[in-house]
Design a protein around this ligand. Structure first.
Ligand code: FAD
Ligand code: NAI
Length: 476
């Protein structure tokens, strides 16, 4: 193994692999170490995102959406076919292929950019003469590098008294690998994973019940969007119970028993039995096995590595990015930090603006937003104007037969600067990019309203929402 590298990146998830590639592009000598094992014991690059997160969940969401559409949507278009059935084995095999293609894609990119890859688990050993030493197991090989980027990601948070067994009580990994459609599926936590994976199994035929602790549904989203989403999801048959306190989870051969209470009747214990239970109550930063204490790496009370605005830790030459530090646990946020840190190490001026990171929930309808919600603006006392436009009034949405939802834009009352854009409806995972671009350039709603949008496209709804801020929508 080469000695005295410019950079060793620990973790080849979206944060780490992108940091390694960007640093190599800038001429640094880079090694990336990752511990993830594929089913055959080899490396599987891409971290949580590629192996048990973004990619496999979107593969199953797409497949299950095709099934649901064939079952209920096609006939309206005059396309009649025999009642479709699900071959879950084939669906899961396709998902595995998609994951493998992504693993191999990162391997290819490392080769192309001359990033050295080591399959194993890295831990800090010491620092001498401004060079860090990492030990990599198995094999106890020692790597020496002037800079270290920690991109060790996160792990699913278990529910007290209900450890993941991935057979009855499932984390995201088990929830993506179910091999037989359960008749009754429970989900604890109606956050992003609960809604996306709950939707997958509901579409494929499971009865799905979500038990959520908070009294408000999807409290992170804009209130109006959350309300619309709740209506759509319950219409699809997702049973969502709010204000729930879990008393007990008991897994046996026959299934999982969940005892709980609801805020409306706190003295009344209720019970539900499920074939399988997904626990999706958030994720915890992962520094397991890094030997962080040995070198005095500072963590906060949640276990996140403490970093400044530039992702520098308290240790010289040690940086941390992605799920293991503050901010949203999102792949694109990790990637942005990876680029910024690589550029700073190379002496450039990388920076990430957390205020313009987009959020997307890949349900049907999709949900997406960037910037502040109305509740946040009200709480901060900022005067704003709001404009909304429904997909039902858009020609392309009608032609496609996807008319639910709307786009809402919030802009400063005086300067008209766009402060937040909130969307629910068809294709909003793509439409949100326009809002991110606009906000990154600190555009006003009038700027967007004056830009020509192709007709007929769903993007016209974004423009109409911008026009609506000034009460001059053209098509309602
Ligand atoms: P990770 O992707 O977790 O990668 C960390 C890597 O570091 C892992 O490979 C791990 O094995 C390795 N590692 C850890 N410790 C060591 C060590 N000591 N030595 C060597 N290697 C080590 N985000 C989105 O933006 N969009 C989505 O659609 C989306 N969907 C998701 C769906 C699910 C079901 C889940 C669970 C998450 C989803 N996420 C999504 C979140 C996204 O996966 C994470 O935000 C992202 O993976 C974080 O990237 P990261 O590089 O920080 O860490
Ligand atoms: P989450 O934070 O989105 O949702 C967790 C939910 O569980 C919250 O609504 C919370 O109130 C609830 N909860 C917490 N404790 C509970 C308890 N004891 N009983 C009942 N409910 C409880 O976390 P989730 O869904 O686990 O996902 C983890 C992270 O992964 C997300 O925060 C997100 O950053 C990322 N992710 C992103 C996706 C995307 O971008 N589309 C998709 C999936 C995950």
């Amino acid at each position: 193994m080469s000695q005295d590298l410019d950079l060793a990146v620990v973790g080849a998830g979206p944060g780490g692999y992108i940091a390694a590639i960007r640093a190599a592009q800038l001429g640094l000598r880079v090694v990336c170490i990752d511990a993830w094992n594929s089913a055959d014991g080899g490396a599987a690059l891409g971290g949580t995102c590629t192996n048990v997160g973004c990619i496999p969940s979107k593969a199953l969401l797409q497949s299950s959406e095709h099934y649901a559409y064939a079952l209920r949507g096609l006939a309206e278009h005059g396309v009649l076919c025999a009642k479709p059935t699900v071959d879950l084995e084939r669906m899961q095999a396709r998902k595995a292929t998609v994951v493998r293609q992504n693993n191999e894609g990162i391997q290819y990119l490392f080769k192309k950019n001359k990033v050295e890859f080591v399959h194993g688990r890295a831990a800090f050993r010491a620092r001498a003469d401004a060079v860090w030493e990492l030990v990599v197991e198995p094999g106890a090989s020692v790597l020496r590098a002037r800079n270290i980027v920690l991109a060790t990601g996160s792990n699913p948070r278990p529910l007290a008294g209900a450890a993941f067994d991935e057979s009855r009580i499932l984390s995201n990994a088990g929830a993506l690998a179910i091999e037989r459609i359960p008749k009754r599926l429970g989900v604890i936590g109606a956050g992003v994973i609960g809604l996306e994976l709950g939707s997958v199994w509901r579409r494929l035929g499971a009865e799905v019940t979500l038990l959520e602790a908070l009294p408000t549904f999807l409290a992170v989203a804009d209130e109006q969007i959350a309300k619309e989403a709740f209506k759509s999801f319950t219409k699809q048959g997702l049973e969502i119970r709010l204000g729930v306190q879990i008393d007990e989870v008991r897994a046996g051969d026959g299934g999982v028993l969940v005892r709980y209470r609801e805020a409306a009747a706190p003295d009344e214990q209720k019970a539900l039995e499920f074939e399988r239970l997904i626990v999706s109550i958030g994720r915890l930063p992962n520094t397991d096995g890094l030997e962080a204490q040995r070198v005095g790496l500072a963590l906060d009370e949640r276990g996140s590595i403490i970093v400044d605005d530039h992702c520098a830790t308290n240790l010289p030459g040690v940086w941390a990015i992605g799920d293991v530090v503050r901010g949203p646990m999102l792949a694109h946020k990790a990637e942005e930090e990876g680029v910024a840190v690589a550029e700073r190490i190379a002496g450039l001026a990388g920076h990430v603006d957390l205020a313009t990171i987009p959020y997307v929930v890949y349900t049907d309808p999709e949900i997406a937003w960037v910037g502040q919600t109305e509740a946040q603006l009200r709480a901060s006392g900022r005067a704003y104007r709001s404009g909304s436009f429904p997909f039902a009034a858009n020609g392309r949405a009608r032609a496609a037969g996807h008319t639910s939802g709307f786009v809402k834009m919030l802009a400063d009352a005086a300067s008209d600067e766009i402060l937040g854009v909130h969307m629910i409806g068809p294709g909003v995972s793509e439409l949100i990019s326009e809002a991110v671009v606009a906000m990154s350039f600190r555009a006003s709603s009038e700027d967007l309203a004056r830009i020509c949008h192709a007709h007929p496209t769903l993007s016209e709804v974004v423009r109409e929402a911008a026009l609506a801020v000034d009460r001059r929508s053209l098509n309602v």
